[in-house]
Write a protein that binds this ligand. Structure first.
Ligand code: AVJ
Ligand code: FE
Length: 436
């Protein structure tokens, strides 16, 4: 594929930044100011913090680092540095009030669009193929997912609505498929906006394994609950058991039993748990315990990526399960088009050559792997994006959720979180080793 010319890149940058800002604007204008400055959960920042932080990161990387401009408001940098103040303490800071935060983010954006007119897409690694712009569009979209999580944690009447995905397809194929053993290329190649932790691409040996063709559904997860899964220590790791016992966890976050049925709260409404939908809001410990109960295990990160990218016809790795085309609405549930995962078995056009569906979109999928650097990793452009998080305390999630924009979703994209986290849009699928 030839390298895109400057006008093509400029259009791509403009589209990505504009799409992100439309989403940010919706998420920060659908509630009144008190809901922007309030802290809806100690796990989350006030929405108004995310808003100004989005603007501040854009100023830091595009106006200061790329264009060499002076700081617009140097006194606010510390307030919006994610490493200076924990989420829990952010509401006590002298944050910009909503109108000022909006004005600041808009002012930064105006200057960025001016400088984009004459932007150089070569020269340094930061500017090559518009990387810094792509990184900032991805950053804003990641915070748009974070803000959607805050909306889900918020109590009160609904502020956001979206059409539901299509109902479940009639045929969903086999429950699992065999992925052949052998090496494959893991990590990004020819992906100019790939982030540092997706690099460098390298060969990875993977033994043959079987993997679920869809994420685990609410119905299947309910069977684990009804079978006493949360009361039997044998399904849990030592840490997992201590955690669910210590915190009185009996079901996914937002679930509540009402007589004989399970209800769940979702963006301000309460509904019966839909059995055919992928389970969401489970922590790694719950995913791991379910898999053990089912006589299976979580896939490793390498297994997940091989299932998502390996093309047995060519032996190569594609960008997405369906090939190299950018994600469209026929491929995957992405971009907050819907505010829920689609039923298991949806998006046949998005399946992998081996017949695995919904690897991209719907729910983030927990893997068994710790978040570690690939061999030859180099932090770029800053250590605080990935490097400071490498180690055994974080588990890798793959594939993106319904809340993730296509710009921040690829077969190589890596997310990570603590194994106790479940306010995120996290689900999973299971795997098992193929005896040879
Ligand atoms: C990659 C989702 C773990 O939200 O903490 C946002 C993304 N990094 N701003 C996060 C991120 C800096 C990050 N995750
Ligand atoms: Fe951030």
């Amino acid at each position: 594929e030839p390298a895109p010319d400057a006008d093509t890149l400029r259009t791509r940058v403009l589209d990505s930044l504009t799409t992100a800002r439309e989403r940010t604007t919706l998420l920060t204008s659908c509630v009144e100011d008190p809901d922007l400055t309030a802290q809806h959960s100690p796990l989350m920042s006030p929405l108004v913090w995310d808003l100004a932080h989005i603007g501040n990161q854009e100023e830091l990387w595009l106006l200061r680092a790329v264009a060499g401009r002076e700081a617009m408001r140097p006194e606010i940098d510390g307030l919006y540095d994610a490493f200076e103040h924990s989420r829990a303490e952010r509401p006590t800071l002298p944050l910009l009030p909503p109108a000022e935060a909006r004005r600041y983010a808009a002012e930064v954006r105006g200057r960025v669009l001016d400088m984009l007119e004459s932007a150089d897409f070569h020269g340094t690694r930061l500017t090559e193929a518009g990387f810094a712009f792509g990184m900032i569009a991805q950053h804003e979209q990641q915070h748009d997912e974070t803000m959607l999580i805050t909306h889900q944690l918020r109590t009160g009447p609904p502020a956001l609505t979206a059409p539901d995905p299509d109902p479940a397809p009639l045929s969903t194929g086999p429950a699992e498929v065999l992925v052949p053993g052998g090496p494959f290329t893991m990590g990004a190649t020819g992906e100019p906006w790939a982030l540092d932790n997706e690099l460098p691409a390298h060969r990875r040996e993977v033994a043959p394994f079987r993997i679920d063709t869809t994420p685990v559904t609410n119905g299947a997860y309910q069977a684990f609950i009804e079978d006493g899964g949360y009361d039997q220590e044998r399904w849990w790791t030592k840490e997992g058991w201590a955690h669910i016992r210590g915190h009185g966890i009996h079901a996914p976050l937002f679930w509540r039993r009402d007589g004989g049925q399970w209800l769940r709260r979702r963006f301000g409404t309460t509904e019966a748990v839909p059995p055919e939908e992928p389970v969401v809001h489970v922590c790694w410990y719950e995913a791991d315990a379910y898999a053990r109960w089912a006589g299976r295990r979580l896939p490793t990160e390498a297994e997940w990526e091989k299932a998502a990218r390996f093309d047995p016809a060519t032996g190569g790795s594609t960008r997405y399960p369906w090939g190299d085309a950018d994600p469209g609405p026929e491929h995957a549930n992405l971009g907050q088009r819907h505010l829920r995962p689609a039923p298991a078995g949806s998006y046949p056009a998005g399946e992998s050559p081996l017949g695995v569906r919904q690897l991209i979109g719907d729910v983030w999928e927990w893997t068994s792997s710790d978040f570690l650097p690939y061999p030859g990793f180099r932090a770029f452009p800053y250590k605080e994006y990935s490097e400071v998080f490498f180690g055994p305390e974080y588990k890798v999630l793959r594939g993106g959720s319904f809340a993730v924009d296509p710009v921040a979703c690829r077969g190589t994209f890596r997310n990570w979180d603590y194994p106790i986290r479940r306010q995120i849009f996290s689900g999973f699928r299971t795997a098992r080793s193929e005896s040879v």
